[in-house]
Structure formats: C-alpha cells, structure tokens
Design a protein. Structure first.
Length: 196
C-alpha cells in the first residue's frame, strides 16, 4: 500500500506542472504573411514583460554605427499572473551553437529555440512605437531533466500585441559610442503552436 501511495504522489507531481499550463488559446488576427501553417494549433499564450536589449555597434557601412539587438530578456505570465517561461537568446545545440531566440519553461525547464520566418510592422496591427510582430519556427528543442516537454513540442511561435521595445533614436551616433547599451522596456503576447 505504501508503494502505491508513493507512486500515486509521484504521478501527481509529474503531471501537475503540465496541467498548470492547460489553456484554450484563440490566436488574434495577424498581418498577412504571419499566419502559422495549417496543421498546427495554439496551445500556450504568455504575456511577456521585459526589455529588448541593444548595444551600439559598427554597421556594414564603414564609419557608421547603430543600436543592434543583442538579446531580449523577458518573463511570460499567464492570465492569472503565474510565471510560464523565461525568454532570451542562447546557443542552439541542434545547430552547432548558433545563437537563437529561446524560451525555457519555468516549471519543467523544457526549451525551444526558434528562427525568424516573417516580421511585420503593418500599421493596421502594429503600434508604430513598438517592435514588430513576428512568426518564428522551431529549430531546436529539449525536454526537461524529468521528461517535461511543455515547450519541446512547439512548432511555431508568434509575437503579437507588442508595446515599446524599439531601439533608441539617440545615443549611438559615432564610433566613440560603440559598446553603449540600452535596455528598452516592452510587452508582448507570445503564442506557442504545436502539431494537430
């Protein structure tokens, strides 16, 4: 009987984190070209709060500099303000260490890496003072150490409903500015998709 109760408790411990993420997600309308291909459905929505982090760096044009994104840094929350994931850039082991946009589940530590497919600043959808809306495709994933796969099943991610986050218009005008950093607050909704 004791073994049965122990096994039952372990089963609950393993399944409860996944139940905490159970959502019914209805994706918003998006600009043309940002649609996720048929055969995928939204399973997770996170409200992201954080910063878009820029560094002043030389451009391809000799003698010119511009702010360049070096990483986002955000936490995604549920409608109930429960922490769902963290969001950043990191090396993707499935591509030999190519640095990609990354999300890590806050409960089971499963991870997904994605690459940009399309971006839009369509004024019918996107605030002109906000970062673009995006559709990204998975290029790598890992299950958590106990087998959790909340994010490992992701096929696509959309970033929508953005506010803020644009690179500063000032502070990176000349070579002496190289290396200056700017951490710009932003919010966005992230929608995660998996295969039907």
């Amino acid at each position: 009987m004791k073994n049965y109760i122990t096994a039952l408790c372990m089963a609950f411990a393993i399944t409860l984190p996944h139940a905490a993420h159970a959502q019914t997600v209805t994706p918003p309308a998006v600009p043309p070209g940002l649609e996720v291909p048929e055969g995928n459905h939204a399973f997770l929505l996170g409200h992201g709060v954080g910063t878009q982090n820029y560094v002043c760096a030389p451009t391809d044009k000799v003698g010119h500099v511009a702010f360049t994104l070096f990483t986002p840094q955000a936490t995604l929350f549920s409608d109930d303000q429960l922490q769902l994931t963290t969001h950043f850039f990191s090396p993707n082991p499935d591509e030999g260490g190519v640095v990609r946009v990354t999300w890590e589940d806050s409960t089971d530590t499963s991870i997904v890496w994605a690459k940009l497919i399309t971006a839009s600043t369509d004024p019918g959808f996107v605030d002109p003072n906000a970062v673009a809306w995006l559709t990204l495709q998975r290029v790598g994933s890992r299950v958590g150490p106990t087998g959790g796969n909340t994010l490992a099943v992701t096929t696509f991610v959309q970033r929508v409903n953005t506010e803020g986050g644009l690179a500063p218009a000032e502070g990176c005008e000349a070579l002496p500015d190289v290396g200056k950093k700017a951490f710009i607050p932003y919010t966005a909704d992230y929608i995660f998709y998996k295969r039907n």
